[in-house]
Ligand binder design. Structure first.
Ligand SMILES: [Zn+2]
Length: 122
């Protein structure tokens, strides 16, 4: 059996965190029930709001300087600079969400993170 892939490699390639080969999503952001290659069970996969938070931080760090450059550096009209940055913001959010969600899931998988239950209390 092969060693588990790095969570970075598996997550950013949208691959199974156990084998690194099977696709982790069916569709845009919906996790598969299980890996088609190794059979790893993804039913408990839940990255929660984490991916959206990281995407907001990263996209905001890109979009804010872009807006400043377009409006004040290139002296574009405000409406045009705002339109360009809003389109870029939506496109970047849509592009970054799947890899961030798969990345957080891969780290959850590696560290066996899960919701706490009463059984965890000793
Ligand atoms: Zn797998």
């Amino acid at each position: 059996m092969n060693a588990a892939p790095s969570p970075w490699a598996a997550g950013l390639q949208l691959r199974c965190p156990q084998c690194g080969k099977g696709a982790v999503f069916q569709g845009y952001l919906k996790f598969r029930d299980a890996c088609r290659v190794c059979g790893a069970d993804f039913k408990a996969a839940d990255a929660g709001d984490g991916p959206a938070v990281f995407v907001i931080l990263v996209v905001g760090a890109i979009i804010a300087p872009l807006l400043i450059i377009l409006q004040f550096g290139l002296d574009l009209p405000g409406w045009l600079a705002l339109t360009i940055t809003m389109i870029a913001a939506v496109a970047l959010c849509l592009a970054f969400l799947p890899p961030f969600k798969a990345l957080l899931f891969a780290f959850q998988w590696k560290h066996k993170a899960r919701e706490a239950t009463l059984d965890d209390i000793e």
